[in-house]
Design a protein around this ligand. Structure first.
Ligand code: PLP
Ligand code: COI
Length: 356
């Protein structure tokens, strides 16, 4: 199969193999006890599932997203997969599913990579191999409650930039009409239900030519997330002494209803390295007026700078310039330099794969 790497978007391309590993358990004194089978590769991309499986009936499902990059030295690097394993365990526990052990998760990712090497895009195509780990409840169950059997599936697929135009600006519209996740709900977990719950807001925003900026479900005053990405703002305070550098602040929301983004966590570290002050706190929508730059961040888009945010309810438009700003560009390059092996990986974020 020939793949035109340059024309890949954030779409599914059929890989050669997917990886599957089943868990068989039982509930004992309120706890789940069981065992995981060894992960195996299969070229069958369909699964046989009971119609009453808990993933279908009650949404007992969680997923992840991570990438492998072909570096400047020709080596493949998988970015921070251990963090994805931890987050999937966190989501699994929240939904009363069996958390896949980190070792099993890593083994499955590595097997997915080794069985699909032809799908790792070459360096400088802007494309990467994306892994979509999926955890589903497979026990047939009619009574409302969790199952006891689960399956971890890794779906690898080569992807291009999340946004068609790549590293360029997108526009958002503030949403106060649909709540993606309740304050004490499942927003901090990567579970399918959150996404289904957001579609009526995100699709309405897309129809108007925007992405959706979610506000907190309780007051709708604070910024939660950007569609399926975290929000970042850059604030610059004038230097107190003439001629010295301004104080640059990397601001990102603190909220129990948003997904703890691994990209955001990495960018916060890189921002500190660049001498920026990093602040995680509640951010009011009207504070957008104080920001020099704004962006969405996540595995898929890395950083997607925002040119404007429309707050139709308040008749306000916040603008940030129609080109990616200096600080977002700097952080984007810093992160991509690590992911593509162009600079020292001083935090050990990439697992470099030998013999590929
Ligand atoms: N927020 C949501 C709702 C997401 O789906 C994602 C994507 O995974 C993110 C944030 C970004 O997280 P990460 O950087 O770990 O991909
Ligand atoms: C991301 O990986 O950044 C995402 O937003 C995940 C989404 C495509 C589900």
């Amino acid at each position: 199969m020939t793949i035109n790497w340059q024309s890949l978007g954030f779409h599914y391309t059929e890989p050669d193999y997917i990886i599957r590993a089943a868990y068989h358990g039982k509930w004992q004194n309120g706890g789940l006890v069981g065992t995981w089978d060894e992960p195996y590769a299969t070229d069958d991309k369909t699964i046989r599932l009971h119609v009453s499986a808990t993933c279908l009936q009650y949404g007992q499902e969680a997923f992840e997203g991570l990438k492998a990059f072909r570096g400047i030295d020709g080596k493949i690097r998988i970015f921070r997969w251990q963090e994805n394993a931890k987050r999937m365990q966190h989501s699994a526990r929240a939904l009363k599913m069996a958390p896949p052990p980190t070792e099993l998760f890593g083994k499955a990712i590595l097997l997915a990579l080794r069985k699909n090497l032809a799908f790792v895009p070459p360096y400088e195509t802007g494309a990467t191999l994306y892994f979509r780990p999926l955890l589903i409840g497979t026990t047939p169950r009619l009574g409302v409650g969790p199952g006891r059997d689960f399956e971890l599936i890794i779906i690898p697929t080569p992807i291009g930039p999340y946004y068609e135009k790549g590293f360029s600006c997108t526009s958002f519209i503030v949403n106060r009409h649909v709540d993606r996740a309740a304050p004490l709900g499942t927003g901090q977990y990567k579970v399918g239900g959150n996404y289904a719950a957001s579609f009526r807001a995100t699709e309405a925003a897309h129809l108007q030519g925007f992405d959706c900026l979610f506000t907190d479900a309780k007051t709708h005053k604070y910024i939660d997330e950007c569609s399926a990405a975290n929000f970042i703002g850059i604030r610059c305070q004038e230097a107190e002494v003439n001629g010295s550098e301004p104080m640059v602040e990397y601001l990102t929301p603190r909220s129990r209803a948003i997904l703890p983004s691994i990209t955001n966590d990495s960018l916060m570290t890189l921002a500190r390295d660049r001498g920026m002050k990093v602040t995680r706190r509640r951010i009011r929508v009207d504070e957008l007026s104080q920001l020099k730059e704004a962006a969405a961040c996540g595995t898929a888009c890395v950083i997607s700078p925002i040119d404007k945010v429309i707050d139709a309810d308040k008749n306000t438009i916040y603008t940030f310039g129609n080109k990616p700003g200096k600080y977002c560009t700097m952080l984007y390059n810093d992160l991509q330099d690590i992911q593509y092996g162009r600079t020292e990986d001083k935090y050990g974020w990439c697992e470099v794969i030998d013999n590929c």
